[in-house]
Design a protein around this ligand. Sequence first.
Ligand code: PLP
Length: 395
Amino acid sequence: MPPTPDVDELTPPERTLMGPGPSDVHPRVLKAMSTPLVGHLDPSFIEIMNEVQELLRYTFRTDNQWTIPVSGTGSASMEAAIANLVEPGDTVLVPTNGYFGGRMQSMAERAGGDVVHVDAPWGEPLDSTDVADAFDEHQPDIFGFVHAETSTGVKQPDVPELTDIAHDHDAYVVADSVTSLGGVELRVDDWDIDVAYSGPQKCLSCPPGASPLTLNDRAMDKVLGRETECRSWYLDLSLLEGYWGEERAYHHTAPITNVYALREALRLVAEEGIEERWDRHLHVAGALKAGLEGMGMEMNAPDEYWLPSLNAVRVPDGADDGEVISYLLENYDLEIAGGLGDLAGDIFRIGCMGYSARPKNVTYLLSALGEALDANGADVTPDAGMDAMADQLSD
Ligand SMILES: *Cc1c(COP(=O)(O)O)cnc(C)c1O
């Protein structure tokens, strides 16, 4: 027999989370998570489900009836979108300009789709002319793109242009809005996005576990009219309809506590106002960016497609990204991240999301980062950075 485990009481370190997610959780969300459990079919929970759906529609800027939290992390809502919409033999156009386009490709292939690409290098957005050319060449049935590419810090501009191209070709548009929902302007209905998925632990500042998904009627008609069953039982929207639709019948046990958390996180969005929240991210992340540039660092993305919620900044000459990241964690309990894939070793990724998008956080971060870079031998001017940031914050 194994011995009785002797495991201490849980005391995680108190970090300040400024990486690519999760972000710092608002205390009201943590409090909601410590409220009593009810059953997933309890009348009180059915009411909570309705409220979460209403709050999600507000946050996505949509009237879509089909707006739900998917049980699981952002990748689960991503897979729910792709696995249901893509039928075997469908041609799926995905981007090459970041890590998450690659994940979209893997999911589309597993769903039986034929994957084709619209090419753009890592760190660049998609160009609408290239998208139009890819449509003419491949005539895809489904077009996926990443609105806020967390791996490169690039925001896709001109979304309505892309959705127009897709709809002129009768294709469906799937938008990855994991790092934009609740932090960066996103208008599902006005921009004519058919399917958008997201995650709770980025700009909504909620722990991972229940992930937003919305589909318009056109997309849902395709899903419900499939000739073959969705290959995932757990994420099959035609089955989930029984739980989230009129019937409210058991499919799987919803992660009750995560739904409470999401409800509170979305209530915070509604209290602040969605547009005010976008403005706050612009303002606070704008100050962070001014501070980084003032210190002598260079953003990875030009201003036109800079992503406020994820600031990708070049690692300055003389510094080692891993050492700086460890210094911040060890000395300041502060989490930021390095680059992925093509950008590994070249950039820092600094999140400015939700509850982490506050003057207090960015000031703490910039001062600690300046010290860490200095200690690491980089040629930066931390004081000039702090001044530039303070200037912007007081605007
Ligand atoms: C984080 C992220 C995901 C995946 O979400 P998980 O919660 O890690 O499963 C997908 N797309 C983008 C753009 C992300 O930033």
